[in-house]
Write a protein that binds this ligand. Structure first.
Ligand code: NDP
Length: 301
């Protein structure tokens, strides 16, 4: 007997993290891809089995599941409408999984709009970076009703290792924003603390090794600093502009909950300043290099 034919899926947004996620989906689904800059979609389809669509509508035609991974909810919302938009092509009963690091209110607006067309929605932001996406080991934070989560889970398992249902639509995005606000705080505080240690002549790599068996350690000190900061090798994997956006989302979420957040407000202001100075394409760890430039101290070892 021939193997069962794969279901049809569409992936929109082949950015730094979207590309490796879509590549995993292409192994399981008959995949159509769409990207605003078509050239990037063509480069993708040159190495991965996928059809390049000329519009969001064309990409989603006949798809059972659609995944988006764009900068914010606003870009996803824009792609829904119009004659070439997603809603013009997507049939009722489909599943819409938004892997954008979105804002909870935006996710709820999207869910409501899609529900009118009988399309199930889940916000499914991811964590684990481009390395995690390539390895298929992302953590996926899902906000959805239980039935939608059950349908989403096997799709998300194509690129996710830990796939967690946090509650109703918006809850995945809320956790992701708080996660990234903590990440940002760790980056900025690392830069301050280690600039001081380096200036005092404490051997930086040994200090980091000790810290990483002590209580001040974090993903930043364990996972990012050894390979990227101490070596001076700063690859571009995640734009600082997107991290700054995530902190802003966390702050408005906390504000909506009535939670004062003076520390995270300061983190947000510092990141906004760094974004202005470094531009839209700078990597998020460039915030550490900025601190190095300002103090005249390089954190290397
Ligand atoms: P990139 O900046 O690398 O890519 C952004 C993608 O969105 C590109 O495909 C871009 O198209 C597309 N895009 C931008 N603006 C528009 C628009 N107005 N209309 C249509 N498409 C648009 O971002 P990432 O892939 O890094 O991030 C995507 C999402 O995933 C973000 O929400 C980010 O916060 C999140 N994320 C990223 C991680 C990472 O490590 N990079 C980790 C976890 C989450 P084009 O090619 O034309 O520019």
């Amino acid at each position: 007997m021939p193997p069962p034919s794969p279901g049809r899926a569409a992936f929109l947004g082949l950015g730094a993290i979207g590309r490796p996620m879509a590549a995993h989906l292409a192994k399981v689904f008959d995949l159509a891809v769409w990207n605003r800059t078509r050239e990037r979609a063509e480069q993708f389809a040159a190495r991965v089995t996928a059809r390049v669509a000329g519009s969001p509508r064309e990409a989603v035609l006949g798809a059972e599941v659609v995944l988006t991974c764009l900068p914010t909810s606003a870009e996803v919302e824009t792609l829904l409408g119009g004659p070439d938009g997603i809603l013009a092509g997507l049939g009722s009963g489909a599943l819409f999984l938004d892997c954008t690091s979105a804002d909870p209110a935006g996710a709820q607006r999207l869910a409501a709009r899609l529900a009118e067309a009988d399309i199930a929605y889940a916000d499914c932001p991811v964590s684990g970076g481009t390395n995690g996406a390539e390895a298929g080991t992302l953590t996926v934070m899902v906000g959805a009703d239980p039935g939608t989560f059950a349908r989403a889970r096997p799709v998300l398992a194509c690129f996710g290792k830990r796939i967690e249902h946090l509650g109703a639509v918006g809850s995945g995005s809320a956790l992701k924003a708080v996660n990234n606000a903590l990440l940002a705080a760790n980056i900025l505080t690392f830069a301050e603390g280690f600039a001081g240690l380096a200036r005092a002549g404490v051997p930086v790599r040994r200090a980091l090794e000790v810290l990483n068996t002590s209580s001040g350690r974090s993903f930043v000190t364990e996972g990012l600093v050894p390979d990227r900061v101490l070596t001076g090798d700063y690859p571009n994997t995640f734009r600082l502009a997107l991290l700054e956006k995530d902190v802003r989302i966390a702050l408005s979420f906390l504000d909506a909950q009535g939670i004062p957040a003076p520390v995270l407000h300061r983190v947000g202001a510092l990141l906004a300043e760094a974004r202005k100075e470094l531009g839209e394409e700078a990597d998020y760890l460039e915030a550490i290099r900025l601190q190095e430039r300002r103090t005249g101290i390089e954190i290397r070892g």
